[in-house]
Design a protein around this ligand. Structure first.
Ligand code: FAD
Length: 465
């Protein structure tokens, strides 16, 4: 076992691979090693950064040693859990990646309905393991997303209306701060930090373990419903989703039908709503709640059925690394005029795929006071994610202009943004994630726990006391 003090051995000399190997219990992956190409790859394509090393931490001690080393030597430190950062924050050019994906220990306490889990586990791995007991915690819509990133930003998923955000089910966390200390963080211990990590992202330290509340969710009524996307169907879909009981959470992707095998060939290229629906309640009531959606138009595809909750998270397509221009925002309503505009804009995109994703919020998430956590968008009605996927890097500008103009046209009274879907690091946008005094409160907590902004490769909140 390596100890904390050993990091001082390196002093200010650049760490060589052998020096790094002597320091860490986990694997040190160097540029000349066979695992490097795979290890430097993150979810989003078009990201060609070459870290000096990737350190796959074995334990919290490794995390603390690397933090100490980064502080002493000043190299850029990228923190990675699942590698899905929309802003490509989990890799670095020339710095070191702290890769938590080897830390996946999970301790489930069925009696107390709680689980302690290391932050390198993915959402899919967690929901699969806890489903063995008919229990779960809500994260997002994608199994390969890491618990570290999604939790610290909020976590908006298939149970958001019934059970709130991931952070609404977070009971405690173990965090290694910029000074290398191990802190247990909850309502009673470091409550300021506990408030900040529930939405403030990776600004305050590295979360090595989380304690989550588990909720009873076993069989759900869920799956995909594809409908023709006319302006009326889009607006009615949103109205139905807003008036549905909290048990139902929906994610409606308005897009041009891709040539996917489950879609009839005559639908390819037509505007569709590819909706993911999850009713977390008894199946019979779910059928009644979902019936009006099915009646909006003759569905192209109806795969909604009783299923175990983890079936909502099919495995990712191997080697899928999309390049995308994206914007995230909240809107108050999507009525017929907005639906028309969405269809018009989608049709004007020259991307290989263009999508407007609409997530109706509310329910349990909205019953938490806006200042109770650093995620302050409790009253936001609908989250909108706009994306254009493209292949050629020289087309970037065209697609960025498309999403920028589209977002400006859709904008209504809610100027907030969800930090986990922000695709760049423009401070105005990061501030939009933290409205109503949240930014100032976070900046003061940052000054307390990370005064030198060691954790800066993120949606950064500079320290300010
Ligand atoms: C395909 C896809 C689907 C998504 N769906 C959803 C969704 O349904 N709902 C939703 O809410 N979000 C969703 N997201 C957004 C997702 O929550 C964020 O991208 C999140 O940051 C990913 O977490 P990660 O651990 O995989 O990412 P990483 O890239 O590993 O980490 C992102 C950042 O989080 C911080 N971080 C990560 N782990 C830690 C840690 N242990 N301690 C401290 N800081 C840490 C670091 O700053 C890091 O740069 C989705 C993203 C993608 C790409």
């Amino acid at each position: 076992m390596k100890t904390h003090q050993q990091s001082t051995l390196l002093n200010t000399n650049p760490p060589s691979t052998s020096e790094l190997r002597a320091l860490f219990n986990g694997r040190v992956i160097a540029p000349d090693g066979p695992r490097y190409e795979q290890a430097r790859t993150v979810f989003y394509g078009g990201t060609d950064r070459r870290p000096a090393a990737i350190i796959r931490a074995a334990d919290a001690g490794d995390v603390s040693r690397l933090i100490t080393l980064a502080r002493e030597m000043g190299f850029e430190l990228a923190i990675r859990s699942g590698g899905h950062s929309n802003a490509r924050h989990s890799t670095t050019e020339g710095g070191i990646v702290l890769d938590l994906s080897g830390m996946k220990d999970l301790q489930i306490n069925v009696e107390s309905h709680t689980a302690w889990v290391e932050s390198g586990m993915t959402a899919g791995e967690y929901v699969t393991a806890t489903a063995a007991y008919g229990l779960t915690t809500g994260f997002g819509d994608t199994g390969s997303v890491g618990l570290g990133g999604i939790t610290l930003g909020g976590g908006v998923g298939y149970l958001v209306r019934k059970h709130g955000l991931a952070i609404d089910n977070l009971l405690a966390a173990e965090v290694v701060t910029a000074d290398g200390q191990f802190l247990l963080v909850d309502d009673k211990n470091h409550p300021d930090l506990f408030w900040a990590i529930r939405g403030g992202g990776g600004n305050f330290g590295v979360a090595t373990r989380f304690q989550f509340k588990l909720v009873d969710v076993d069989l759900i009524l869920g799956g995909m419903l594809c409908l023709p996307a006319t302006a009326d169907v889009i607006a009615s879909f949103i109205a139905e989703a807003e008036s549905a009981p909290d048990e139902l959470s929906t994610i409606a992707n308005v897009m041009t039908a891709p040539p996917m095998p489950f879609l009839p060939t005559d639908v390819h290229g037509k505007p569709i709503i590819m909706a993911m629906m999850a009713y977390a309640g008894d199946i019979e009531s779910g059928e009644r709640v979902i019936a009006p959606f099915r009646a909006l138009a003759a569905p192209y595809v109806d795969m909604i059925r009783p299923m175990h909750y983890p079936e909502m998270f099919p495995p990712d397509q191997e080697g899928y690394h999309p390049v995308a221009a994206g914007r995230t925002m909240f809107v108050d309503h999507v009525h017929r005029p907005e639906a028309e505009m969405i269809l018009d804009r989608l049709q004007r995109s020259s991307g290989s795929m263009a999508v407007t994703q609409l997530r109706v919020l509310g329910g349990a998430m909205a019953r938490v006071p806006s200042n109770a956590t650093a995620f302050a968008h409790r009253k936001s009605r609908i989250m909108v994610n706009l994306a254009a996927l493209y292949e050629r890097s020289d087309e970037k500008e065209i697609h960025e202009a498309w999403v920028t103009e589209f977002a400006a046209t859709l904008r209504q009274s809610d100027h907030g943004a969800y930090v986990n879907f922000l695709a760049d690091v423009d401070e105005t946008q990061v501030r939009a994630a933290y409205p109503g005094g949240t930014w100032e409160r976070l900046a003061a907590i940052k000054a307390r726990y990370d005064p030198d902004n060691l954790f800066r490769l993120n949606q950064n909140i500079p320290p300010k006391s």
